[in-house]
Write a protein that binds this ligand. Sequence first.
Ligand code: PLP
Length: 391
Amino acid sequence: MNRRIWLSEPYQNGKEMEYINRALEKNEITQFGDNLEEFHRRTSEYVNNLPCLHVNSATAGLHLILRYLGIGAGDYVLCSTLTFAASCNPALYLGANVIFVDSDEKSYNMSPIALKKAISWAKKQNYRIKAAIIVDIYGQPAEYDEILPILQEENIPTVEDAAEAQGSFYKGKKCGTLCDFAVFSYDSNKMITTSGGGTIIAKEQKAIDKMRYWAMQAREPLPYYQHFEYGYQYRMSNILAGIGCAQMQSLDTILAKKQKINERYKESLKNYPVKFMPEIEGCSSNKWLTVMNFLHYGMAEVLGLIDFLEKNNVEARMCWKPMHLQPLYKESPYVKEGEKDVAKTLFESGVCLPSAVKMSVEEQDYVIQLIKNYMDNKKYERKTDDYHLRK
Ligand SMILES: *Cc1c(COP(=O)(O)O)cnc(C)c1O
């Protein structure tokens, strides 16, 4: 292969430039303008007219949501452990603590059983839990029918980190609309991209209005600069919103292509000792990245495969390293269903395979053949490896 095969890369439909030109022609090199308005209209339509706000990253969106929920020093936030640090870091920005919840083997997402345990444990410690951040990892929706009643009973506000999950459905409902609040991300490797950006989705307009105020430096509508509160510069650029307008028109194409990529991997590798991230019943995952887990082997095999693909100019990556294994969060409580550490096992046995929409069928077959060669030629021995525990 001449071309490098990427894990994920932006896909363009050709309309991006028209929107960028529109901004330039109108001199709207700004943080307001036609592109932002159109992107807002398209996004609102997508989320069934729920109130929403574009910001310059999903991380900024989560920060605003947690602040809106009144989270501050000494408070606690529940969060899925199998995720990217951006899901929970905003709790730290506000001086709060995080309690991590293990994954469920069925969904790879937050386990309802571990969640229940975490809440009763935290109550015994007299910890104030102010929010739960539920992640739809790799585009797979979490088990909301089981998770939400547990949180609602305790009056804990819910936040859906749907950064990876635009286009996914949970029992007929779109990811991004399942909790009190949600975020999408438009980072360059997400389902659609603006090169960087995000959306906050809420159930009430007044929440969005407050978050917009903070995202614009908390400026008062006065002839002079007056501040009662501190804010942030979290706005999205009108140029980037133009890329978003074009990208929104390709969401269905991207979804169909990701689905095909996922099916091809599953079908081609079905006789190998691997499993693929399961899809929970009645739901449809956007297959943002295809995740493959070795059934019997350890991290040596995972790293070996990634190295082998890299030598052949193919990018694959390990799964998210769970937050409870991060040196940054070593003091944070972590609750599992029982003895088994599901998220740790998923991490140590998992590989994210190239899932870029621009990858051709021939390129994917090339990747599949490499994976087969690696597995056919390697004599596996179960090894333990403390690689991830090294500083
Ligand atoms: C990408 C990602 C984020 C952060 O998105 P940004 O737009 O880059 O801030 C948050 N959570 C998860 C699960 C992600 O994958």
